[in-house]
Structures are given as structure tokens and as C-alpha cells.
Design a protein. Structure first.
Length: 472
């Protein structure tokens, strides 16, 4: 994203955004794209699993490559098994889309807010169809893509295990599979729809010829649109007078260029994305005589929250050591008396593992207002998660002196927790950490075990918890 930003605004009416406003608008898009990538990987995992099951079912029924099609006319029992796989896949993918698309609704929002966004999402779809009907159509096409692949692979005498591998690895490029291309020379000998049509879907202008690709693209675009819808509602609630659109990427796009600049809040449907992959970002703009009521309300809510945190802290039993309470934000640390702090200090490191853990707990309380519990451990300190806050368990890994391979081992070791926090106080480890995360995601996606990887966070130089991979 470009660093030189020109904002032209009528300053007699509107306040110029601060540099923090601009940074947080960009960070919102980066976080959105992170979530979109994880959603895509998870939807891909569902599709790969469904493809695997369908190949296995068709091989079990020993289908005839040329007569075969996925339909009840060909084999009613087989079709019933396949329909169940497809129904489950559809349900799982819809759940993923809703979960990730509504993940931006802030925790503690009035109930109903998530429901309202979910209802809005349900109406998104291609043409005048809703989300579920659109997904249904794309999944049906994916199933027909697999039908062509299975016919071609059976025709080429490919064994089941190899057929599963081939279909999964060609999920997004099914018609480049050599076995399918070979059938196109005598396409009329087959019953599979997309062998007969030589891979071409009639009347499908503007969408991919591949069912799986349409599914993942739709999942990502739905998430992007939902996040921007939620953002627009937040801006409106905060009393913004309008919003300012800026390009988040530099490729030429007339549509996006035409939207750059100030829009009044009445034009709330003008928020990006303006197309798939659109990274345009939005800064809320407030009037000169902007409201302060929100601020006052926030202060009152803060005082209540701190009082509640204090009561919770005071109520911990004898088994806990009440180590620290921050009276200005309600963050705290409590240590279970059976929590083990390691005294081992890595060569060249500033602190022992236990000291680093305590330090991270303190940063979380002071800068994140987190209510951190250091959990009970028994004997072997690596078998249980280190801490708990925000209703998730966390492992703390001190990596000032660790290399990328060690960091990868730490990520795998942290699978017992929901999340892992990486902390360093010398040697910037961010690039090594990111690379270790990318490689670990790759390794576990291939095995179909992506969901076992913890979400990955680190503490930045301002003491703030930053997410680089959210796998919740
Ligand atoms: Zn754009």
C-alpha cells in the first residue's frame, strides 16, 4: 500500500483524519485479507475432503467409465451416498462463510448485530439468487467436474488411491488433467456431462469454468463484502459525516479510481469492495462539530468494566496467586500455584523462559487489558497450555535466540493450545516467524490437518498483541 496519501477535504466542514485513522483503516484491510486467506484454505479443505469421498464412493461401486454419470438414473444407491456428502459439504462451507464473514462484529456488541449481518449475507448471491442457492449451484458444478475426472481416471485404469490424489491436486484445474484431456478426442463415447461438453460450461459468462474455484472465490468475496458492510455500520453508529475511499493497491482499475475521495454517509452503499480482489480502504470522516456523546458513553462503560474486572480478580480462590491488577484498564495476572515457570535461560537470551512468560503476562494486562490466568501444570510443563484469557488457551514461546526451524517446532508444540504468542526482546524475529508460519500452514494443509494449528500472535514493539494467523 502506498505511503504518500493525498486527502482533499472541505476543512471548513470536516475534520482531516489523523495518521492513526489512516493506519487503522489500512490494517482493517490487512486483517480482512488474512481472514479471507484462512477461509479460503478451510473451504479448500472441505472441497478436497468431499472430492475424496466421492471418488471413493464411485470406485466402490465400480462404475463403468463410459456409461457412468452422477445421477440416480445411473445408480440410485450410489447417488444417495453422494448426495449426503454434498449436503454435508454445503453445510460445512456455509458455516465457515458465516463464521468468518461475521468475525469482525466486535465482541460484546449487542446481540442481534451478528444476526443482522448474517441476514444481510444470506441475501448475497449471483444474479437474483441468494447465497445458499448460489453455493448450491457452484457445488453442483464441482461435483460434475469430479464426475468427468472419475470417468476419465477409470477409463485410464488409474487405481483409487492415485485417483484421489489426482483429483485433490487438480481441484482448481480439473480440465488440465491429462486423463480428462485424453477423453476429449472421443467425447461422445462418454456420459459424463463435462467430457461430452469438453470441459466447457455453456452460458457461464463472468465466472470460472471450475466449480471449486467459484466456491472459494464466492467465500472470499462474501467475507470481504460483509466486513465492509460491518465497517460502514460502525462508522455510521460513530456519527461519521462521511467516508473517504483510497486505493489499497496500485494496479490500474477505472472503477476503483472513480470511487477515490470523499462520500457523504447518505451514500452508505458506496463502500468497497468494487470487485473481487479490491483492496480499497475507507477512512471515516467527522464533521467539525462532531459528536462527543460516543466518547462520554465509552468512559462510563469503561468504569463499569474495570469494576467488574476487579471483582473477578478478588474472587480467585486460594489456589491462585493474585499477582497483578491494573486499576486503569482492569487487566490482571493470576498465577495458579501449580503453574511452573522455567528457570532455563537460553544462551544469549536476556531472560529465562519463566521470566519471559511473566513479562508477556504483564504486557497483555497493561497494553491489552487482558485478564490473564497462568494455568496449572503437572510435572512435565509442556503438556498443557500456559495461560488463558479471552476464553482461549495460549502457549507463550520466547524466541529471541530461536531460528526458523526451532520456531516451526514451537508452533507444532503449541497445538495443545488454541493460540500461541511469540515474544522476542532482541533480534527482530518477525520475518522468521512469518516464514515459519507459512511453511507450517503449508505442511498441515497438505495433510488436511490445518485446523489443528493454533492461531499465531506476537507482541509488537509497543507491547500490543498482533495476530498473523487466525485459525479459530
Ligand atoms: Zn478497489
Amino acid at each position: 500500500m502506498s505511503n504518500t496519501i493525498k486527502i482533499s477535504l472541505d476543512t471548513s466542514q470536516y475534520r482531516l483524519p489523523t495518521s492513526e485513522d489512516i493506519t487503522s483503516a489500512k490494517q482493517f484491510i490487512l486483517r480482512r485479507e488474512d481472514y479471507a486467506r484462512v477461509l479460503e484454505a478451510k473451504v479448500d479443505e472441505c472441497l478436497a475432503n468431499a472430492a475424496q469421498e466421492i471418488v471413493t464412493i464411485c470406485y466402490k461401486y465400480n462404475v463403468d467409465p463410459q456409461k457412468f454419470s452422477i445421477s440416480s438414473q445411473y445408480n440410485e444407491k450410489m447417488m444417495a451416498e453422494i448426495a449426503e456428502v454434498m449436503d454435508n459439504a454445503e453445510e460445512e462451507i456455509l458455516d465457515l462463510i458465516y463464521d468468518y464473514s461475521t468475525a469482525t462484529v466486535p465482541d460484546g456488541s449487542p446481540s442481534g448485530r451478528k444476526d443482522a449481518l448474517a441476514a444481510w449475507i444470506a441475501l448475497l448471491g449471483r444474479g437474483n439468487r441468494n447465497l445458499q442457492d448460489t453455493l448450491d449451484g457452484y457445488l453442483y458444478k464441482a461435483m460434475k467436474d469430479w464426475e468427468a475426472a472419475i470417468a476419465a481416471l477409470r477409463y485410464a485404469n488409474v487405481a483409487m488411491a492415485a485417483a484421489v490424489t489426482k483429483v485433490k491436486s487438480h481441484l482448481h484445474s480439473i480440465y488440465t488433467m491429462p486423463e480428462i484431456m485424453a477423453t476429449f478426442d472421443h467425447a461422445d463415447d462418454f456420459n459424463a456431462t463435462y467430457i461430452r461438453n469438453k470441459g466447457v460450461q455453456k452460458g457461464a459468462v463472468g465466472i470460472s469454468n471450475n466449480g471449486s474455484t467459484n466456491v472459494t472465490n464466492m467465500a472470499k468475496l462474501t467475507l470481504q463484502m460483509a466486513w465492509m458492510k460491518e465497517l460502514s455500520m460502525e462508522h455510521e453508529e460513530d456519527g461519521a459525516a462521511g467516508y473517504y475511499v483510497l486505493r489499497g493497491s496500485s494496479y490500474p482499475c477505472e472503477t476503483c479510481d472513480s470511487m477515490v475521495g470523499f462520500h457523504k454517509m447518505e451514500d452508505i452503499d458506496g463502500y468497497p469492495p468494487y470487485h473481487g480482489h479490491c483492496c480499497c480502504y475507507v477512512i471515516p470522516i467527522y464533521g467539525i462539530d462532531g459528536k462527543t456523546t460516543n466518547n462520554e458513553r465509552t468512559q462510563r462503560e469503561d468504569a463499569d468494566a474495570i469494576a467488574q474486572a476487579r471483582a473477578k480478580f478478588d474472587a480467585y480462590s486460594e489456589e491462585w496467586e493474585k499477582e497483578y491488577f491494573n486499576p486503569s484498564n482492569g487487566g490482571f495476572n493470576v498465577y495458579h500455584k501449580k503453574h511452573q515457570f522455567s528457570n532455563v535461560k537460553p544462551n544469549g537470551a536476556a531472560m529465562s523462559g519463566g521470566q519471559a512468560e511473566k513479562h508477556v503476562g504483564r504486557l497483555l494486562a497493561d497494553f491489552g487489558a487482558k485478564q490473564v490466568e497462568f494455568l496449572q501444570e503437572n510435572g512435565n510443563g509442556t503438556a498443557k497450555p500456559d495461560i488463558r484469557f479471552d476464553n482461549r488457551t495460549w502457549d507463550v514461546k520466547y524466541i529471541s535466540t530461536a531460528n526458523e526451524n526451532t520456531i516451526r517446532k514451537y508452533i507444532e508444540n503449541a497445538r495443545k493450545a488454541d493460540c500461541a504468542i511469540f515474544y522476542w526482546d532482541r533480534n527482530n524475529k518477525l520475518e522468521e516467524l512469518k516464514s515459519a508460519v507459512t511453511r507450517t500452514i503449508g505442511k498441515f494443509s497438505k495433510k488436511g490437518e490445518l485446523s489443528t494449528i493454533p492461531s499465531i500472535f506476537y507482541i509488537n514493539k509497543d507491547g500490543l498483541l498482533q495476530c498473523i494467523f487466525d485459525n479459530k
